[in-house]
Ligand binder design. Structure first.
Ligand SMILES: [Zn+2]
Length: 215
């Protein structure tokens, strides 16, 4: 676990985990908790097919929630100032998004489209893709996730504009509860020119709103 720091963008200080305890349980304790949940589901954690399940689950959790280990400030720190006058929109379209809802801890699956208009700094496009995971690989709500991605780009790149569009399906809605399996949830966040210029926003939305069907 990362130590607490005064940097407001470090993972321990962000909204998605501000209440998270800093000390993690041991792997063994986590595996015991999984056994309890297996019993809660109505099955026997000691039957043969499930003997390794607690271990697999806690290891899967490390992957699902790897974003807590990453710092967006660090990720976006390496920028290129020489953009040779490029001042048009940079847009990454339909990036696969995999997150987990903080209310039910089940998957949120969808696509994110992100655009920014560089001022003097650009960042490698793969960094933008990784930024999505820094925030998505945590317990989330789609609204906060959308804001965190946009606000991190705004804060660390100081571009002329930022736009984030997320289209996702929430398994807590599609496979349980109201069972509205076709419902996609769309959230957006705009800064700078995308906020002030309707034409820019319209251009972005036209490019963003054709996300592929979520499976
Ligand atoms: Zn939920």
């Amino acid at each position: 676990m990362r130590k607490p720091s005064a940097n407001p963008t470090s993972p321990v200080m962000t909204a998605a985990n501000e209440n998270a305890p800093l000390a993690r349980p041991s792997k063994l304790e986590a595996m015991e908790a999984v056994k309890t949940l297996i019993r809660w589901a109505g099955d026997d954690p000691m039957r043969e097919g499930m003997l390794d399940t607690p271990k697999r689950v806690v290891e899967a959790y490390r992957e699902f929630f790897a974003g807590y280990e990453d710092d967006p400030a660090e990720l976006l720190a390496r920028t290129f100032e020489d953009v040779a006058g490029y001042d048009e929109m940079v847009l990454l379209r339909n990036m696969r998004l995999e997150s987990h809802c903080e209310h039910h801890m089940v998957p949120i699956l969808g696509y994110a489209t992100i655009a920014y208009i560089p001022a003097e700094k650009v960042v490698g496009i793969s960094k933008i893709a990784r930024l999505v995971d820094v925030f998505a690989k945590r317990l989330q709500t789609q609204e906060i996730l959308t804001m965190q991605i946009a606000d991190a780009i705004e804060e660390h790149l100081k571009p002329k504009g930022v736009a984030v569009f997320i289209d996702a399906k929430h398994q807590c809605m599609t496979t349980r509860g109201v069972h509205k399996s076709e419902t996609g949830t769309i959230t957006t966040r705009f800064h700078g020119l995308f906020k002030s210029s309707e034409a820019m926003r319209r251009e972005f939305m036209m490019l963003a709103s054709s996300s592929p069907e979520v499976r």
